[in-house]
Design a protein around this ligand. Structure first.
Ligand code: PLP
Length: 445
């Protein structure tokens, strides 16, 4: 077959401006460690862990070997009415890492599926307990929970919602966003302290409006990732937990980005000392190598669903939900190898240490540059926010393109540029990515 010319004749790229892509194709053909090889032979530094996935870096031998071994042992087995050994082992390992009584794992294949699974589980749980009227979901402005109809409905990024109108779930509300651009434009490794209480709106307006007894669940990203790394005010998640407990509302943490090390801890739940009722994960669980997602849920939630069926016949299914590839043996083997590698190389702790290096570098190099209006760093991630140009997101897109041309992959998110490198990143590579980003910001000011 001839080498493709990247003409866009057949391939439709997701979340990408397809019309302009062919003029400047960005195509990877190989990767190793911190770097990609692009189609033109250039090396590109992966400053975003390939969309928050590749915590351990690219082409890690123990993970690849585990996948090859698994393919030669049990390639696939039906997920319904049977299990496979790798799914049991992976679930045990993930539950052991999880805080509190989050001990049950329902596998799926992506973060979007995890979002919809957790929302359906919330409805099934309340119904099983005789509270089927609890059908209201509460998300947050600018949240991202994937692209399924459930996740999109509780999500709050306007561009992701505007074309889908009445197809969004009814009975969904959104809490206000967690950013104060006046007092907390610059956050360096700490939790911002707000003078006002951003959860008063939930308590005094949203919950009374729907009546708390009708609310099934509140879903939040502990740190708002896709919107551009926005950090919750001090005490926010603890108070959210208290409000949920007070009203019998389930609390769901979407840790698709923050799970498995990004904050320097296994989960953001550990970082903030708050245990949700469900915790959604994907991405880093297999180092991005093979699709796998899941929902960790509490023993209490699981037991309630099982107990509700105590009198049902033995063949009755308790939760009518699942995917053909739930707990795929190859994906679960990859997860086991990934989590073992994280442990052996102590990569979560390393992410925490390198997060300080990244935060220091971003604040030192980017603060005061023309058009920069904010910098937020926490864990091994940071965002620099730019003043908008003529069209929303235009300046960040141009900066992203220039960084790519100069050998660094960064992530444009609205008016932000985000850096979230693999946990194996070295200080010199952080210097390189921040330096390239600073030059690109100057160029497009
Ligand atoms: C918090 C969060 N939830 C869900 C998703 C969706 O995951 P996926 O793209 O695997 O469906 C993402 C993706 O970035 C995410 O950041």
């Amino acid at each position: 077959m001839a080498r493709p010319d990247f003409s866009m004749e057949h391939l439709w790229l997701p979340f990408t401006p397809n019309r302009s892509f062919a003029q400047a194709p960005r195509v990877f053909v190989a990767a190793e460690g911190m770097h990609f090889t692009a189609h033109d032979g250039r090396q590109v530094l992966d400053g975003i862990s390939s969309l928050w996935c590749v915590g351990a870096g690219h082409k890690r031998r123990p993970i690849n070997e585990a996948i090859k071994r698994q393919l030669d042992t049990l390639d696939y087995a039906t997920a319904f009415q049977a299990g496979n050994d790798q799914a049991f082992l992976a679930a045990e390992k993930i539950a052991a890492l999880a805080p509190g009584d989050l001990n049950k794992v329902l596998f799926c294949n992506s973060g979007s599926e995890a979002a919809d699974t957790s929302l359906k589980l919330a409805l099934a749980y309340h119904r099983a307990r005789g509270e089927g009227h609890r059908t209201v979901f509460i998300g947050r402005e600018r949240a991202y929970h994937g692209v399924g109809f459930g996740g999109m409905s509780v999500g709050g990024i306007p561009a992701n919602r505007k074309a889908f109108g009445t197809a969004l779930l009814p009975r969904v509300d959104h809490m206000r966003f967690i950013h104060d651009p006046v007092h907390h434009a610059y956050i360096h490794g700490q939790e911002p302290v707000w003078q006002e209480d951003p959860l008063l709106e939930l308590e005094q307006r949203i919950l009374p409006l729907h009546d708390p007894s009708n609310v099934a669940a509140i879903i939040v990203e502990p740190v708002a990732g896709s919107a551009g790394w926005y950090i919750p005010p001090q005490g926010y998640l603890k108070r959210l937990r208290q409000i949920c407990d007070k009203h019998g509302i389930l609390l769901i943490f979407d840790e698709v980005i923050t799970g498995f090390g990004r904050m320097g801890t296994a989960f953001a739940a550990d970082f903030y000392g708050v245990v949700p009722d469900m915790l959604n994960f994907a991405k880093c669980v297999t180092n991005g190598v093979i699709p796998l997602g899941g929902v960790l849920c509490s023993d209490r939630l699981y037991e309630s669903l099982m107990n509700a069926h105590a009198a049902s016949p033995a063949h009755a299914i308790e939760f009518f939900h699942g995917y053909t590839y739930s707990g795929h043996p190859v994906a679960c083997a990859a997860a086991l190898a990934t989590l073992n590698l994280f442990e052996e190389e102590q990569l979560f702790a390393r992410a925490g240490r390198m997060g300080t290096v990244l935060g220091d570098a971003m604040h030192a190099a980017l603060q005061g540059l023309p058009t920069v209006v904010g910098i937020r760093t926490l864990g091994l991630a940071g965002a620099v926010e730019l003043a908008p140009a003529a069209s929303p997101g235009q300046r960040a897109y141009q900066v992203f393109m220039t960084c790519f041309q100069n050998g660094v992959l960064v992530r444009p998110a609205g008016e932000n540029l985000v850096l979230c490198p693999p946990y194996i990143v070295e200080a010199a590579q952080i210097e390189q990515m921040v330096g390239v980003l600073a030059a690109a910001i100057r160029q497009h000011a």
